[in-house]
Design a protein around this ligand. Structure first.
Ligand code: ZN
Length: 248
């Protein structure tokens, strides 16, 4: 209706917002931090930062229950240091938080041809990044207690991005309006995985958080470009001690 015909009761219409204390919107879009080495500080308290246990396949060893710590704005993994070039490129980077998981699910780290060697990211975080020099955890609760003991401590890691074009899920495509939408035809992705070194950069030299999949899909009579719109996800790799950041 015409706003001039609204019957407004001025005695009941007072704004209730405390303009001095407006929190960030939940679910608000926040650009991912560009990849690179950072000095990170763990949350002051890790007790509440744990995600639901999940089932993980560990190569030929079978299925295991595994756990992960989930860093988010309420349980922040905070950037407290970055190499000079990174700070120059992004002066606001110190104090940024990253949304990332670190799990104790083992993956094979052996070189091609060598016998399998299953190690988790949480192992590298604890033993390489935080310098744990004690009993090696034998089961999930011991991993949790070991990491909880390092609340507030610092380590260096590489923030990397990766992406995956799932063959199981309906692909997302460009909606022609600067966003993306689920493919109305229900076409699925092509199965291509993208690691950091394979991710495209935009014209500004920055890695693009969303990009168009360059994979191929088999169809009747040959192959076609996949063309799905993919999102990048942040990961932590190459954990090192905080002393690595001396001189940054
Ligand atoms: Zn694809």
């Amino acid at each position: 209706m015409d706003y001039r015909q609204l019957k407004l009761d001025k005695s009941k219409g007072k704004t209730a917002v405390d303009y001095e204390h407006v929190p960030e919107q939940r679910g608000e879009f926040k650009a991912l931090l560009q990849p690179g080495d950072f000095l990170f500080r763990l949350p002051k308290n890790l007790d509440l930062a744990w995600a639901e246990p999940f089932e993980a396949n560990v190569g030929d060893k079978g299925k295991f229950e595994r756990i992960a710590v989930q860093f988010d704005p309420e349980h922040p993994l905070t950037v407290v240091g970055a190499p000079p070039a990174l700070r120059a490129a992004n002066p606001g980077v110190i104090g940024e938080t990253v949304r990332v998981r670190v799990a104790n699910a083992e993956r094979n780290r052996a070189r091609k041809g060598d016998p399998a060697a299953y190690v988790s990211d949480m192992y590298y975080l604890l033993f390489e990044g935080l310098g744990l020099d004690g009993k090696k955890p034998d089961e999930n609760m011991e991993w949790i207690m070991a990491l909880n003991a390092f609340a507030g401590k610092e380590f260096v890691a590489a923030l990397t991005w990766s992406s995956f074009c799932s063959e199981r899920n309906t692909r997302y495509i460009d909606d022609g309006q600067g966003g993306t939408t689920e493919d109305p035809d229900g076409t699925k992705g092509c199965g291509t995985r993208y690691y950091q070194s394979q991710l495209p950069r935009g014209e500004d030299g920055l890695f693009a958080e969303r990009f168009t999949c360059g994979g191929k899909k088999q169809v009747d009579g040959g192959t076609v470009d996949c063309g799905a719109s993919l999102r990048c996800f942040p990961n932590l790799e190459r954990f090192r001690k905080a002393s690595f950041a001396e001189g940054w």
